[in-house]
Design a binder for this molecule. Structure first.
Ligand SMILES: [Fe+2]
Length: 438
């Protein structure tokens, strides 16, 4: 089985071409026991047909033939089937024929007549081994090529799958974002609706909540709280005094120190009332707990639970300090609010007592360094709260759009009378902003 191809395990087909029949017979005899399939012809033309109709691996051709020279025949075979191993038999040492055979027919070997049987058998065996190697190499190359193509296809389809997957994930994320936005906006809608109620009841209560909310969110950020906690601070501040919605205006316009015992007890219930009304709303549960504690004091003298220091949730400690500071700045009961400097002195005095010292420090930083003076000093007041000496932060117009006083105007008694007169005929509906004393 040594002389069979490794890949197909079939006997090799050998083609012998010689115009002399006895040479062909000798060759046939020589390879008779070698397990080759032998075909022979005396006609070179026929040989060209035989290589097309048989799986010929090797050709041994005579050189001198009357119809066609061996060089010519082997060249044509090389053109038609380049893999067939070509061996030339020469009757004599013809250098010219040898050179031509090498150049044009690229023969594997020359064998001179008369040949040595063993040499010729060995030459054929080696030639066929090389033929098999070339065939195997080609097969493997083809296989690698096919596998490369397969790999390429797999990569392409993987890439496509990844792209599809990414697109699907993107779409899911977008859906999720939309859902979150919807949730967020329904949550904000709830807060806005509640703020609207507060606004209807008492505009300065709502204004106070808005300013404290903005400041508390800043404070939370400065104190290193997460985005979610910053938002919790803001929401809780907006809603902290919602429990006062049912209180009479006569109570709301008083400062705490001006309230009698009964009024003060009622007023002190507002954190609990707020908690009660908010805790039923899923998205406001966390805020309801903060709202309950926004009047707790750091030293434990606050209400409703008398919590001490870190037992008070940090957002509630933030709301407490920020709320107090804003009250100090706001006009109430016919009095102007304090200046920022005066309010800061009072705030500092309360650190460690009413308020968490670290919150007080942060608040001082926010007021002194972070807030822009123009927004820090602007405060919303009601028409009734306008007083002589206040400076308008924004133009003051009637509901019909008549400019009563421009921004920057120092209010005098005559101005106030004019404003009130106009308000009776063409009520002022815009919010009124004045500067705090710096
Ligand atoms: Fe409050």
């Amino acid at each position: 089985m040594e002389n069979q191809t490794q890949s197909e395990n079939k006997p090799h087909t050998l083609l012998f071409v010689d115009d002399e029949k006895n040479i062909l017979n000798s060759l046939r005899r020589l390879f008779y026991r070698e397990h080759y399939k032998i075909i022979v012809t005396t006609k070179p033309e026929e040989a060209l047909g035989l290589i097309e109709s048989h799986p010929v691996s090797l050709v041994i051709s005579d050189h001198r033939m009357p119809e066609m020279e061996g060089t010519k025949l082997l060249s044509l075979i090389r053109e038609a089937k380049p893999d067939i191993v070509r061996i030339m038999l020469t009757g004599y040492a013809d250098m010219g024929a040898a050179v031509e055979a090498i150049n044009t027919a690229q023969v594997y070997r020359f064998i001179s007549k008369p040949w040595n049987d063993e040499d010729l058998k060995l030459t054929v065996r080696e030639a066929l081994r090389q033929y098999d190697l070339i065939a195997l190499n080609r097969e493997l190359t083809e296989l690698v090529k096919e596998q490369n193509q397969e790999l390429y296809d797999i990569n392409r389809s993987l890439e496509k799958k990844v792209q599809e997957r990414t697109a699907a994930l993107d779409a899911k994320n977008k859906d999720l974002d939309a859902l979150n936005q919807k949730l967020e906006s329904s949550f904000l809608d709830t807060v806005k609706a509640l703020m609207g109620l507060m606004e209807m009841k008492n505009r300065s209560l709502a204004g106070h909540a808005r300013r404290v909310a903005a400041q508390s969110s800043e404070l939370a950020k400065l104190l290193g709280l997460s985005k979610k906690e910053q938002q919790l601070c803001e929401m809780s501040a907006l809603l902290m005094d919602i429990g006062m919605i049912g209180y009479p205006d006569s109570l709301l316009k008083l400062r705490v120190r001006e309230m009698d015992q009964a009024k003060r007890l009622l007023w002190q219930k507002h954190p609990l009332l707020a908690e009660e009304s908010l805790k039923g709303i899923d998205s406001l549960k966390a805020a309801s707990r903060i709202v309950r504690s926004h009047h707790e004091r750091f030293d434990g003298t606050g209400f409703p639970d008398g919590l001490v220091a870190k037992n008070i949730p940090l957002p509630a400690r933030i709301l407490a300090a920020s709320g107090y500071f804003d009250h100090l700045l706001s006009p109430k009961s016919g009095e102007m609010g304090l200046s920022v400097g005066e309010a800061l002195i009072l705030l500092e005095k309360e650190q460690g007592k009413r308020f968490d010292p670290k919150v007080v420090h942060a608040l001082i930083d926010v007021v002194k360094n972070i807030q822009a003076p123009s927004t820090a000093l602007e405060v919303e007041v009601s028409l009734q709260e306008l007083r002589e000496g206040m400076v308008l932060a924004k133009d003051l117009k009637t509901g019909g759009g008549i400019l009563l006083l421009p921004a920057g105007n120092h209010l005098q008694d005559a101005h106030l009378r004019r404003i009130m007169n106009f308000n009776r005929i063409d009520p002022i509906i815009d919010r009124i902003y004045v500067y705090r004393k710096g």
